[in-house]
Write a protein that binds this ligand. Sequence first.
Ligand code: ATP
Ligand code: MG
Length: 417
Amino acid sequence: MEKIALSPAAAAILGRLEAAGFPAYAVGGCVRDSLLGRPPHDWDVTTAARPEQVLALFGDCHPVPTGIAHGTVTLFWQGEAVEVTTFRLDGPYRDHRHPDTVAFSDRVEEDLARRDFTVNALAYSPRRGLCDPFGGRADLQSRLIRCVGGPARRFEEDALRLLRAVRFAAQLGFAIHPATAAAMDAAAGLLSGVSGERVLAEWRRFLPCPGAGALLARFGPLFWAAAPALCPAGGEEDGWLAAAEAVEAAPADFPLRLALLCLAGPEEGAVGRAEALLARLRPDRRTAGEVTALVAAAHAPIPRETPALCRLLADRGREGALRQVALWRATGRLSEETAEQLTGGLLSLLERGVCLTVRELALSGGDLLALGAVPGPQVGRLQRALLEGVWAGRAANTRASLERLARALLKEEALLP
Ligand code: ATP
Ligand code: MG
């Protein structure tokens, strides 16, 4: 019999449930990952015990009734959290996302039947072995994502499964079974009803995976249904295919790859597409800001000289500047060699501690007033000009050198009409 090494918490919880007479199994992703030889990131348990029985049996494990209506109780065993869910049958689905009702069951096979893919419909107990009524083990060996049951109905029930299918295919490096893939093509439109928050959560995990580009190319309409901003106008797919290729070639970075998708299609619409995409996905401000800046600068002149490189670092920070170079490389505006030179140039400026903000200047705003600057906007203008002067090598970032430049700048300003 196949043996899986359970986590200490999962082993202890299964042992106690079984000792109390309740069949119990580790289930889903942890079993799948264990059989693949990947370390599971968390352990889920499924059992015949009802939620109130789980609460009563594990009073010493800080039980939290996280989803009591759906049968889920979270337990903490020596600091490790485990979700314990009662065997469950899902009733008919409302809104293509949530079952109207759930009913508890006494049979693990019924619980596995509601799960999305065969490789996720695996349960294991040290006492009962592997429970695999849908051929999940064989699909793990053939490296296939395949729906449990009729795929059309399963995607109809819950459209999020469309995004989970591509995400698991990318994460595991699996192919999608032809019948499942065909049902995905047919059901793609249902994704318009899935919340942007869920799309974002899936894409955060999907986009950085190797192989994401091939799935983007194969399932274009599915991604366009999830985020209509990405849909190429007039079914013009060449731009999308080029973007999918760029994604594949780019570093495994979420904002960068999202920006590349916005660049599919006409250049002048890219910023608008990014805005619409971000309005749908609503990522955190940092991510949104990064995507916007990357797209806005995609077609801008590429910095070559030191002042322009400093300006890029000052405007975008280290991460943002390096990402921008990676984007220019991925869209083919830079050769590998030039991209490396540019990256090297940025890193060496940072290493040399180049001054990137007015706060780092050896001359303060107060000093400028003492030199005769007019309080108000002129001070900020002069500080920025000093910064540019340092970048251009017109001054060193020392008091004396900046004072000299400031005097010259003040004289120039005085000469202006
Ligand atoms: P990972 O945690 O690595 O993303 P996982 O397989 O554990 O993978 P979860 O989202 O944590 O995925 O879900 C746990 C299990 O619950 C899945 O393995 C699957 O059996 C089931 N499941 C989750 N979401 C769905 C869904 N939308 N439809 C059907 N079954 C689902
Ligand atoms: Mg999980």
